[in-house]
Design a protein around this ligand. Structure first.
Ligand code: XUL
Ligand code: CO
Length: 443
């Protein structure tokens, strides 16, 4: 098989901080043990098929810029193109040395003229993927169905005013969930691509939410029916493409899951850029998911404080990722989830090896963040102060309040007699300096 990335021999090796080699890891040392687990098992990196292989750099102002010959719209052999794309994708996964990848159904298979044709084409490409996975040992972190690109989904999939579209989407998810299962996928993601609305003037929100609740319940039932043991993951996003998306953030997803009795069945796939778009910090979304018992997996990328529209850069901020990794480790780390680079090149990054540089930078950023977060946890650098802040809740009064032996009236009577509470410093700046010190020092 001829190599597409012929200038990169792979696998990319760990060379450490003193190395000037551009195509080498400085922080990601896959077998290095961190808090009892290898870095590889902590981070569970995945490459996203769509941004890396199914996007040619087009934006709303211009055509594609990237060298992705298998996407040539004039090619007559669509299945041949999909196989070529998959050869290149697995060449990349192997050379980069990532354990996982993620896909949408339409990323790996051509779209047929009918649903039946599309389903058959997906089956062909799932067989191809299974052979590549056997050969390389690369595994599937998650699969998902694209329920947003085709014009039939202009008004949503499950939340569409037309039940025919709901039915089509259900068929597509059933097929894609089975494909994911066949490939040993460790999770299945449901991002509500256009599950939202543009204007209330034509929208019945209550109905749409009930439809979405019914859809998710059907997905859960199907998962159990076919014996899929991976997690189902909702992916929150506040807007883009619709103005109001129903899965706005983790809190909105939690409320939705609680309302439709789906807690325990569905968890979340948190994307860093989506957190930014929703006005939250990445770490906040992770902490909210653990607090609600719905943490699952991460789409690792970065947004921008001014630009929206899926900027999806590769992560570069060690501080931002450290704070997120810290919450992930505090919560117990990943189970079946992992870190999927839902991130894309800038459209001027037109050299073939740019895809390697992008992923190497992202993986090093996350590995550095893991080391910092883990060191802070080992040393109790932040937890000691946090524990002291809440000490009153573990003592007599706090326990009586939480245990239900105090009432509003009893606290009223107590307050009549008690001295005013004292105040303690929150020590935010000191804690921020602690984080900065660990970022500088960790090796
Ligand atoms: C869109 C997005 C998707 C999901 C999978 O913003 O993040 O790529 O991750 O459908
Ligand atoms: Co995503």
């Amino acid at each position: 098989m001829s190599e597409f990335f012929s200038t990169v021999s792979g696998p990319i090796e760990f060379k450490g901080l003193d190395s000037d080699e551009a195509l080498a890891f400085r922080w990601y040392d896959s077998e290095r043990m961190v808090a009892g687990k290898s870095m590889k098992d902590h981070l569970r990196f995945a490459v996203a098929y769509w941004h890396s292989f199914n996007w040619d750099g087009f934006d709303i102002f211009g055509r594609g810029t990237l060298d992705r010959p298998w996407l040539d719209p004039t090619q007559s052999d669509a299945l041949g193109g999909a196989k070529f794309k998959m050869d290149v994708a697995f060449e990349f996964f192997e050379k980069l040395g990532v354990p996982f990848f993620c896909f949408h159904d339409v990323d790996i298979a051509p779209i047929g003229a009918t649903f039946r044709e599309s389903a058959d084409l997906l089956d062909v490409m799932v067989d191809e993927a299974a052979a590549h996975m056997d050969r390389t040992g690369v595994k599937l972190l998650w699969g998902t169905a694209n329920l947003f690109s085709d014009p039939r989904f202009q008004a949503g999939a499950a939340t569409n005013p037309d039940p025919e579209v709901f039915a089509y989407a259900a068929g597509q998810v059933a097929h894609c969930l089975s494909a994911t299962h066949r490939l040993g996928g460790q999770n299945y993601v449901l991002w509500g691509g256009r599950e939202g609305y543009e204007t209330l003037l034509n929208t019945d929100m209550k109905r749409e939410l009930d439809q979405l609740g019914r859809f998710m319940t059907m997905v859960v039932e199907h998962k159990h029916e076919i014996g899929f043991e991976g997690m189902l993951l909702l992916e929150p996003k506040p807007f883009e493409p619709t103005k109001h998306q129903y899965d706005f953030d983790v809190a909105a997803c939690h409320a939705f899951l609680a309302k439709y009795d789906l807690i325990g069945e569905i968890h979340t796939n948190i994307e860093v850029n989506h957190a930014t778009l929703s006005g939250h910090d990445f770490a906040h979304e992770v902490a909210a998911a653990f607090a609600g018992g719905i943490f699952g997996s991460i789409d690792a990328n970065a947004g921008d404080d001014r630009l929206g529209w899926d900027l999806d850069r590769f992560p570069v901020s060690v501080e931002q990722m450290t704070l997120g990794m810290y919450e992930i480790l505090r919560g117990g780390g990943f189970t079946s989830g992992g870190l999927n680079f839902d991130a894309k090149l800038r459209r001027q990054s037109t050299a073939r090896d740019d895809l390697f540089h992008a992923h190497i930078g992202g993986m090093d950023t996350m590995a550095h963040a893991l080391l910092v977060a883990s060191a802070m946890i080992d040393d109790g650098a932040l937890e000691d102060l946090r524990r002291d802040r809440y000490a009153g809740w573990d003592a007599d009064l706090g326990q009586r309040i939480l245990g239900g032996t105090e009432t509003l009236q009893s606290l009223h009577d107590r307050t009549l007699e008690a001295p005013d509470p004292t105040r303690e410093s929150g020590r935010q700046e000191q804690l921020e300096n602690t984080v900065a010190r660990y970022i500088d020092r960790v090796r």
